[in-house]
Design a protein around this ligand. Structure first.
Ligand code: HEC
Ligand code: HEC
Ligand code: HEC
Length: 168
């Protein structure tokens, strides 16, 4: 394909138009939260109350770091402020199933899976932690907050399985 200046101009213009149109379509899809390029975007259910434990945009981006910090402060330092408590997330972000009971993480509608499935993120937190609020849960995980032996186990497991940072 040779093509002089004329060819390049004629060819470049439609390409630019297509590119701009594509951007417009993507922006529109993003604004409605609908679709981008035919792939459904995640639509997490709205949490309870009027606000999250921190700015929503911040939470979207940094919840994993905050959870790890909270866990370290709690398990290692024994600090029990509740701002980024995993139990808190589960309380406010429960999604009810057809029977009116909160769905467990085995259900694709679970809040924590609404994005993770899309982003191909997999977390093992719910092997131990309850994925539904406590009163709705039978599988006791991390029951007594003040139990030192449990906290020590948590610290041990977290270290072995996760190091301090990323968790697989
Ligand atoms: C093998 C079991 C196990 C796994 C897996 C696990 N935890 Fe924990 N976790 C514990 C135990 C035990 C405690 C201590 C109990 C307590 O302090 O309530 C704890 C405490 C915590 C706390 C502090 C208490 C609270 O509710 O805020 C956070 C936060 C936490 N874990 C987050 C996580 C996250 C996030 C993951 C996944 C990335 C995870 N844990 C995976 C067992 C586990
Ligand atoms: C007091 C209730 C409450 C608690 C506790 C809570 N959230 Fe939220 N969360 C909300 C609400 C309400 C929103 C939606 C706010 C909005 O629309 O601006 C939200 C939004 C979010 C979002 C953004 C969702 C989206 O649509 O993009 C994420 C992610 C999130 N929360 C994660 C967490 C995590 C992780 C925890 C635990 C550390 C947590 N939340 C604890 C109420 C809560
Ligand atoms: C608004 C979308 C969204 C929601 C809702 C959400 N997450 Fe995430 N989460 C992500 C994304 C995206 C990543 C990967 C981010 C990265 O790799 O930087 C992630 C990563 C994580 C990680 C780190 C995983 C790893 O292997 O490094 C943890 C832990 C985590 N999320 C916990 C939770 C918990 C617990 C909930 C429910 C309370 C939740 N998330 C809800 C989008 C979300």
């Amino acid at each position: 394909m040779s093509g002089g200046g004329w060819y390049r101009v004629k060819r470049g213009l439609p390409a630019l138009v297509v590119a701009l149109a594509t951007v417009a379509v993507l922006v529109a899809a993003g604004a409605t939260g609908a679709r981008a390029g035919g792939v459904p975007l995640p639509e997490p259910a709205k949490g309870a109350g009027s606000a999250c434990v921190a700015d929503t945009a911040f939470m979207r981006r940094y919840h994993m770091q905050m959870l790890v910090h909270q866990r370290r402060d709690t398990v290692h330092e024994g600090i029990r402020t509740k701002q980024f408590s995993l139990k808190g997330c589960i309380d406010c972000h429960q999604v009810k199933g057809e029977d009116g009971a909160p769905v467990k993480v085995s259900d694709g509608r679970h809040f924590c899976r609404s994005c993770h499935d899309y982003a191909a993120v997999s977390i093992d937190c719910f092997e131990c932690h309850a994925s539904v609020p406590e009163e709705a849960d039978q599988s006791a995980a991390a029951p007594d907050a003040e139990n030192e032996a449990v906290a020590a186990l948590g610290a041990y497991v977290h270290e072995r399985k996760t190091g301090e940072g990323a968790v697989k």
